[in-house]
Ligand binder design. Structure first.
Ligand code: SF4
Length: 242
């Protein structure tokens, strides 16, 4: 009998809870302001690159007020190595000014209010909401979108919002923030965009893509072990022995 979506969600949730009980953002930050700046900078850019950039940026602009007092031209040199530095410098300046003028210099907890800030779309607001304030939301980035589709947690989703809705419905609410990080890390290190490393993945029993591949693959060819260089890959790759 084919697996139901409910069974798939249940199996994948159980597997991650057992094998990746701790999953967190890889961005480095000290407070909600720094997190918000880092998430804005991370659009179309790697967390690693953002983490290389933000120490000097936060030294120069340690508070929303310090950044609000600066023009985009003053912010630009600190983020020039990040993608789209011109736009992001403008957004950071505008975001800091709005924080100071409308929110008393504090990052709002409300997802709708967050989305009013320049440079903050639905995904960024949801990330800040779950990471800084423990909201139950499911930000969908390129990794979450791809992995959810391959696993079969989303079906026919054409937009991140459609994926978000399906994942929000499928995962238990209390698991949502963790599930976001599960799917991101799994997409970054195992189920990668260029090639999913199914041979090193512990989610094969529930994965729709894997099942489809098995039906069409020639029999008897054992896949080679992929090069795994990142420790997190290992953590996500195989179930723990009991
Ligand atoms: S089995 Fe393959 S396609 Fe499915 S989640 Fe794992 S790596 Fe991705």
């Amino acid at each position: 009998m084919p697996m139901t979506t409910r069974q798939r969600f249940r199996g994948i949730t159980d597997w991650f809870q057992q094998n990746m009980p701790v999953a967190e953002s890889e961005l480095q930050y000290q407070n909600p302001y720094q997190l918000l700046v880092s998430v804005i900078l991370s659009a179309q850019c790697t967390d690693k690159r953002v983490n290389m950039t933000t120490p000097a940026l936060f030294d120069r602009f340690p508070t929303p007020q310090a950044m609000a007092d600066a023009d985009p031209e003053e912010i630009y040199p600190y983020i020039r190595s990040i993608s789209y530095p011109n736009n992001k410098a403008k957004n950071l300046s505008g975001m800091a000014r709005m924080l100071c003028e409308e929110f008393g210099g504090a990052v709002p907890e409300d997802i709708e209010q967050l989305q009013r800030l320049p440079g903050v779309g639905r995904k960024t607001a949801n990330v800040v909401g779950i990471v800084a304030f423990g909201k139950r939301a499911m930000p969908v980035d390129t990794h979450v979108f791809r992995v959810a589709d391959r696993l079969g947690l989303s079906t026919g989703a054409k937009t991140p919002l459609q994926t978000e809705m399906q994942l929000t419905e499928g995962f238990p609410p209390e698991v949502l923030p963790l599930a976001h990080h599960w799917l991101i890390l799994h997409g970054r290190y195992v189920c990668t965009a260029r090639k999913p490393h199914c041979e090193a993945c512990g989610l094969t029993p529930w994965c729709r893509y894997y099942a489809t591949q098995q039906k069409t693959a020639p029999q008897g060819n054992a896949p080679a072990e992929p090069p795994i260089r990142h420790a997190r890959k290992r953590a996500a790759a195989a179930p723990r022995k009991k």
